[in-house]
Design a protein around this ligand. Structure first.
Ligand code: 13P
Ligand code: SF4
Length: 345
């Protein structure tokens, strides 16, 4: 790996939001009103696997989807809805808007960002790209519309390896941003010539290898599942490394009855639904002398709730706006990924 130093902003991690407990009656009322409003407004709910399980379930019950970031992007383009309500983080709503400029895109909370997005400001990133004009710029979906517009390819964790292999076969050198851990994993796996932007995911960065090894020794029959935004030494412990979809698939398809899971704990909702007989254990986020900021719960994903979902549908607030020119530029590398993904289906 080339040694390049870049000063990136320090990301302030918010506290995990505390939502008031709802009575069974209040919850049922909220869900009922949300369902009615989605129908009246010809809207669909598109939720990520890390959001509150009630939002995930509601998305599926109402004809929307719960998915990884690639599938969320795809779902919006294939839907006939006029309104997409994206329960996830800001880049997911922006990607939906970029791909569906004629649709209204709402989000329960516009401040729900991502440490990777925050750690890669467009002006600094653009200056970095200018220094390496001979590199193909590949950015992870967890970035702003402006950063996407500066790239040649956008990728998500489920397609990143395939895209980089493809570029390597074409003899291209890659400038990768913003997740250094995912970038390193891809480089190690593909052998591609890559330089990296040094941001990271505050949630996955907290998984601790020594504690994981100890946990593993206590459960020798468990398979270890790791999202590739985790540090290299944690990835090295994995039986399966992959996107949220790939990790869910592993739980349903592997014969193991126990799994240690190193990703946001919101994913357990879908894993439990699909494989109720399997035991799921959270990978440790606290090592000796360390405390966790997020403790395997993304604080920004946690900003989505039934209450603010209800509010945006009721008031039509929190709409994502992206200028047509920016959307046009950012759509090119996203569409390139979607077209490439079709060849892999
Ligand atoms: P996936 O695309 O694997 O769902 O990941 C998105 C994400 O933000 C993981 O932290
Ligand atoms: Fe971003 Fe990490 Fe949260 Fe995913 S889990 S949205 S990468 S901060």
């Amino acid at each position: 790996m080339s040694k390049i130093t870049i000063d990136i902003p320090i990301v302030k991690v918010p506290d995990h939001p505390e939502w008031p407990e709802l009575t069974e009656h209040e919850e049922a009322e909220l869900k009922h009103s949300i369902k009615d409003m989605l129908e009246e407004q010809n809207g669909v709910l598109v939720a990520h696997y890390y959001t509150d399980g009630r939002l995930q379930d509601l998305a599926e019950e109402t004809g929307g989807c719960v998915a990884d970031s690639l599938e969320m992007a795809r779902f919006g383009t294939e839907s006939r809805a006029d309104t997409l309500v994206v329960a996830g983080v800001r880049f997911m709503g922006e990607t939906s808007k970029i791909l569906n400029h004629e649709k209204r895109v709402l989000m329960p909370e516009l401040k729900a960002t991502c440490s990777l997005d925050e750690g890669c400001p467009a002006d600094l990133f653009s200056a970095f790209c200018d220094r390496f004009p001979e590199h193909t710029v590949v950015v992870y979906a967890n970035t702003s519309a402006e950063v996407k517009a500066r790239s040649d390819w956008v990728v998500t964790s489920s397609i990143a390896l395939d895209v980089v292999r493809h570029l390597k076969e074409r003899g291209e050198k890659i400038l990768w941003a913003p997740d250094k851990h995912l970038g390193k994993y891809i480089q190690k796996t593909t052998g591609a010539d890559m330089i990296f932007w040094p941001a990271s995911c505050v949630v996955h960065e907290e998984f601790k290898v020594f504690a994981l090894q100890r946990l593993r020794a206590l459960h020798p029959d468990a398979a270890v599942l790791v999202h590739p935004e985790s540090p290299e030494e944690v990835i090295d412990q994995a039986d399966v490394v992959g996107s949220t979809t790939a990790l869910i698939k592993a739980v349903t398809q592997m014969n193991n009855l126990k799994f240690i899971v190193a990703t946001d704990a919101g994913i357990f909702n879908k894993m439990r639904q699909l494989a109720p007989e399997k035991e799921l254990i959270e990978a440790p986020t606290v090592g000796e002398g360390a405390t966790c900021q997020s403790c395997a719960h993304c604080p920004w994903m946690g900003m989505n709730s039934l209450q603010n979902l209800y509010d945006v549908l009721k008031n039509g607030t929190n709409e994502i706006h992206i200028s047509p020119e920016l959307a046009r530029k950012a759509r090119i590398p996203i569409q390139r990924m979607l077209d490439f993904a079709k060849t892999k289906r």
